[in-house]
Design a protein around this ligand. Sequence first.
Ligand code: MN
Length: 230
Amino acid sequence: MSGVSLKTAYARSVALAGGLPFILPSAAIAVEPRDFLDGLDGLLLSGGGDVSPLRFGEEPLAGLGTVSRERDDFEIALALEARRRGLPVLGICRGHQLLNVALGGTLYQDIPSQVEGAISHQPPEGQAVDEFWHSIEILPASRRLALSAEEKILVNSFHHQAVKELAQGLVATARSSDGLIEAFESVEGSWILGVQFHPETLTAPYPVFLGIFGALVAAAAAHASGSNLD
Ligand code: MN
């Protein structure tokens, strides 16, 4: 039997930002994924295992980690329905990658074996989740990463996959020094933000990261009231 689990940091960060979090069972149960969205004003896609390369037309390479067809199915259905309804979506780590794939983009299946000159994006096991690991540059195109007046900030990093080709309608808004995409946003249409790092574990020691969840909650409130925040 498969199970469903989620670290509480996601719900805590949404709540700290003024939102009311609900956790969805990311599994094939006798409910259409889209039906969950009826009572929601926004969607957060969380971290987790790898997205199957079959979703973007590639066969698995040697560095690929574990995948779940059930979870990919569920989250891609949610992402597409959220976009159809204009619901704001925040993707974190796997959620950032999943969102890009759902909208038509591709991924590096494994950074160390596919990206020459890449820095380390995955510390050794045991690294504290709220420890900074590498810097990112926030690009001028960013309208939603209201983190800091600084162009360069420090973030944590726990991923070995990364966005390769961005889906149409998305623009890169932060990059690590090796050029990999650490954040993207929608150019037009509904509110979409993806971040490759893990702000949910940074909100306690560094409250500035709450800004990401505050932006989602504000966009969700705007959607609920019938106006679109952009
Ligand atoms: Mn990284």
